[in-house]
Design a protein around this ligand. Sequence first.
Ligand code: SAM
Length: 279
Amino acid sequence: MASRKNLLVDRTALAHKVRYALTHPQRVPRHLKRAGRDRWLAFKHRDHVSYYRAVMASDTRRNPEAAVGSPTHEEWLRLGELQFDYLRAHGLRPGHRMLDIGCGNLRAGWRFIEYLEPGHYYGIDISPDVLVAAKRTLATRGLQAKLPHLTLTQDLTLDFLPDAYFDVVHAHSVFSHSPIEIIDECLAHVGRVLAPGGFFDFTFDRTLGTEHQVLREDFYYRTETLTALGHRHGLRARFMDDWELLGHGQSKIRVTAGPARSSRAAAPAASGRTGELSP
Ligand SMILES: C[S@@+](CC[C@H](N)C(=O)[O-])C[C@H]1O[C@@H](n2cnc3c(N)ncnc32)[C@H](O)[C@@H]1O
């Protein structure tokens, strides 16, 4: 399926807003309600993490599956499967260790947990409400014996995690809700926790035009901005063309430890891991 992205539009432009309202009049009341709520939450919570945590609390109260972006259960299942199948096709093996940044209510996480060896899945999120929903997903799927790690976080310094540990780090639909400072923080620290040969995949809302954000909820970046940020932190970064073929609204970048970090390739591999990843 070809991708259906609108890569040139600036959603903050008045002309776009008017055109959108005229072509989708039924969506206007919902958008105004959301805009009102977001203004109020932004007023109460000045830093982005606190603000977005409040957005997630409000959305999760209504419906945890919709809060992570899936309006129906079928869509929730499909989006999880899409993420899982993609990483499987890129070499994920049961013995690998995975860090899922912004794991949400385990839309994809439960599939990774089921597949990986016990204790090999680490999910972190800024939202306590969504982590409670994640525990519910875990229980519903009967995955208690897999003992995943689910941790609340305030930042993306990853300071509580060990060096050279994760074969796969993953952030689906997280940077699409993140200002550049948060992405920068993550890219500054992710290289430390990547195991030799490991990679970090993240999706983002892509624009070919002016970078912009809507209601501090949705952020649109140019690919070059994010790959350059990776390079600045000594990481290689590449745009994943095969992800585009899957028809998802966001694009994907993969970062790996770059030449500046190649000396870490000599570090001992974490035990029990088998199979090669295909960065
Ligand atoms: C759209 S949901 C996607 C959840 C999950 N990755 C999935 O695909 O189902 C975004 C998730 O990222 C979390 N999040 C947003 N900003 C974050 C940050 N800076 N650090 C960690 N988690 C974050 C949100 O709380 C939310 O659970």
